[in-house]
Write a protein that binds this ligand. Sequence first.
Ligand SMILES: NC(=O)c1ccc[n+]([C@@H]2O[C@H](COP(=O)([O-])OP(=O)(O)OC[C@H]3O[C@@H](n4cnc5c(N)ncnc54)[C@H](O)[C@@H]3O)[C@@H](O)[C@H]2O)c1
Length: 431
Amino acid sequence: MIAMSANLSCHKLRAGMIGMGMIFDETYRPFFERAHAEGIYRRDFGVIDIELSAVASRTGSRAEKYRQEAGAKITPFASFAGAASTQQLLTHGVDAVCVATPDDRHFESARLALEAGKHVLIEKPSVLKLQELDALDTLAKKNNALAKIVYHKLGDPDHKKLHTHYVDGNFQHVNNGYCTLLEPKSISGSQFAEWIQGRNPGTYVAVHYIKLIDFTFGGKWKLARITCNGQRGIVGPATGNTWDSVQLQIVYAYPDGREAAFDIHTSWVTPDNFPGYVDQEVQFRFDNGVWNAHQRKRGVEMTIENRTPGNLKITPNHHYNGSFLEPWGERSQRGYGIEIIQKFFEEVAYVEFAGPPALREERLTQMRALDYNDVGADRNTVAIVQAMEALLERQAQGQPAGVVEVNGPRGGLVLLTPGKIEAAVLYSNRV
Ligand SMILES: NC(=O)c1ccc[n+]([C@@H]2O[C@H](COP(=O)([O-])OP(=O)(O)OC[C@H]3O[C@@H](n4cnc5c(N)ncnc54)[C@H](O)[C@@H]3O)[C@@H](O)[C@H]2O)c1
């Protein structure tokens, strides 16, 4: 008779969570709760317990609220609040750290975690400057840790299929395209009120599509130049530096002299009674075809009196993150927004447990080579974000219509403004 063990668990990964806001609740919470109940398993690394050991946030109030709500769905965790909370979390003892603070605060937490030798997963946008990206990449290599970024749109089945078609040569040579992502006013008006000053929706959400384009079609081309425009007057003053909407254009150059251009339009002032939570659409044009995709209108349209489009949406996206009653009676929350976080923990488990310690470095190198999420493969994306932020800053100073040149004779990222002779070098090394 074969003796079956009820508890197959052998290894544990202790996770630290920095930032307990909206995205924690949407994607990390369901991941940690399921991992708490089931662990994660793969033949190569076995059964792994994932424990949310410690959390850090500004005030600690949402962490306490979560502790009350979660009850037995999660292991008891330590909660640290305030300016020293990241250091306290690191001292508490964690193996991997997830950074989900506002986008201009990622760098500091990620830097401290990598300095302490922890594996790190950073919400998009990773960091706002190539200088910061260089620092994180260097630290990750020095301390033999993974530094990864959450780009869940690459896990959307439609985007995976687009990538597959491109790699398989069904779509040939992309020439141009557009992407749009419009967030509701509640995001800029209340959700992000604490940190909205001086920020823009482009950095917050265009980055999803910047990465999608760079990852899906990249390889042969080189990033060439970036331009952008923004509008103000709703979230902040019409002459201030807080932006309502942004139109970004990025241009890549192929070795044969042809170019590809992409427009990415974003906003966080769409009316709250919009039929979907966010409006998301892409169109890409190739030498031999066109790809049109709508991330919201995927076929479902529903109306419930007094509930849509307020707390339920008319055109929901069930692929990103949906809560379901499974046919077998279980309640679940699943989707590519959660899968992408599990993938990071699988990568960490692979490095730590999928073979002898002597071969850990080899496994680490393999996981670093995954360019869908590694910090080392985020150069173009961060370059575009850095350029966009600098162009908006110039526009706020009354100097609109600038352009950022990439890898020209004057440096890696160089901002030129009409009517000005001098060029501002944003990043001197090659991008
Ligand atoms: N993957 C996605 O689709 C997606 C969606 C939304 C947000 N995000 C990203 O997640 C990040 C957080 O967004 P959110 O919507 O959860 O924001 P939020 O404002 O709801 O929450 C931010 C959290 O960070 C904490 N915090 C702020 N400063 C801190 C500090 N210095 N140290 C420790 N904690 C600190 C706050 O206390 C809060 O818990 C942003 O980078 C955003 O771009 C990603």
